[in-house]
Ligand binder design. Structure first.
Ligand code: HEC
Length: 144
């Protein structure tokens, strides 16, 4: 199981690095360690119901979060600002997710250009590139 993720991750990292261009590439293995901080509130469960990371339910399932419209996990009660950002076109990619985890409220305020925007996620991780890369690696690459 683990090997499958890592193989998938390697492909995405390469893609991520190419897309990030001048930015430094994230390290998925480091990101997996960082995810320990996230799992207090986030579980990762794939569509078949396999639990990749057993975590809390305070936050939405993060399986497939890269490439997903913000605020769209069915049954999760998001804050209005995150849903609004998704409706305004926010689809998580590595860069946006990195910026979001560094300061969720600040990110939403600038994304929505609304200084009253709120976030239900108060946790901050200053260096989120690795964890974003790790999460990207969990998503199977789209069939082409
Ligand atoms: C203390 C609990 C908590 C921790 C710790 C936490 N989160 Fe969250 N997270 C939340 C909540 C609650 C939301 C929903 C925010 C909203 O609705 O405004 C959320 C939302 C998100 C979203 C948006 C998902 C979507 O479906 O649009 C991402 C991405 C995310 N968190 C990533 C992370 C990462 C990565 C970490 C670790 C670095 C982390 N979170 C740590 C509680 C947490």
């Amino acid at each position: 199981m683990k090997r499958i993720f890592l193989t998938a991750a390697a492909g995405i990292i390469a893609a991520g690095a190419a897309f990030a261009d001048s930015h430094e590439a994230g390290d998925a293995a480091e990101g997996e360690k960082d995810f320990k901080k996230c799992k207090a509130c986030h579980t990762i469960v794939d569509p078949e119901g396999n639990v990749i990371f057993k975590g809390g339910k305070t936050g939405p399932n993060l399986w497939g979060v890269i490439g997903r419209q913000a605020g769209t996990v069915e049954g999760f009660r998001y804050g209005a600002s995150l849903v609004a950002a998704g409706e305004a076109g926010l689809v998580w990619d590595i860069e946006q997710l990195t910026a979001y985890v560094a300061d969720p409220k600040g990110f939403l305020r600038s994304y929505l250009d609304d200084n009253t925007a709120k976030s239900k996620m108060t946790f901050k991780l200053k260096e989120g590139l690795d964890v974003a890369t790790f999460l990207a690696g969990l998503t199977p690459p789209p069939a082409e």
